[in-house]
Write a protein that binds this ligand. Structure first.
Ligand code: RP5
Length: 168
């Protein structure tokens, strides 16, 4: 198996259930990925070491999932020039709005490309990683176009189904 190009780093194992959609999408695109539990505040040295060596270790993009104060994306991005996608995790008591703001509000100079919170964000984070890798991979770009075409067809089919139901 080829070396994973995508790293999915989560701040806590408690984030794992929300990431299932990202795992499934990357598998759908036959993209091997590494998944790690690394906390920006509980294991800061490991976070710095992982991000600092990510490029040398063959990664091309890092997805960072974290909840609450959600420093993970910013800390990772501070230690690498690889693209970092921030995925806010929804949690109590602010249902992800805290993590969204913490992740998206990077001061100028160190960007974290932030997707929406939770399961929808997990899918979009994976799709955004695919889009980044597709820039250098024609086969992957074709797969992404096919994915979009399938999605379009599914919506059109759902609309046709609705019209038929309404005619009954
Ligand atoms: C963040 O704090 C994690 O990413 C998680 O979303 C949240 C709560 O972590 P646990 O207390 O469940 O480990 O660091």
């Amino acid at each position: 198996m080829s070396h994973p190009l995508v790293a999915i780093v989560m701040g806590s194992k408690s984030d794992l259930p929300a990431l299932k959609g990202a795992f499934e999408l990357l598998q759908q695109f036959d993209l091997p990925f590494a998944a790690r539990v690394i906390s920006a505040h509980r294991t800061p040295e490991i976070a710095a070491e992982f991000a600092g060596n990510a490029e040398k270790n063959g990664f091309k993009v890092i997805i960072c999932a974290a909840g609450m104060a959600a420093h993970l994306g910013g800390v990772m991005a501070a230690h690498t020039t690889l693209p970092v996608i921030g995925l806010p995790m929804a949690g109590e008591p602010f249902n992800g709005l805290d993590a969204l703001l913490a992740t998206v509000q990077m001061p100028p100079g160190i960007p974290v490309a932030t997707v929406t919170a939770g399961k929808a964000g997990a899918k979009n984070a994976a799709l955004f990683a695919v889009a980044i890798l597709a820039l250098q991979d024609k086969n992957l770009a074709e797969k992404l176009k096919a994915f979009r075409a399938d999605q379009t067809a599914a919506v059109i089919a759902a609309d046709m189904e609705l019209q038929l139901e309404l005619q009954k």
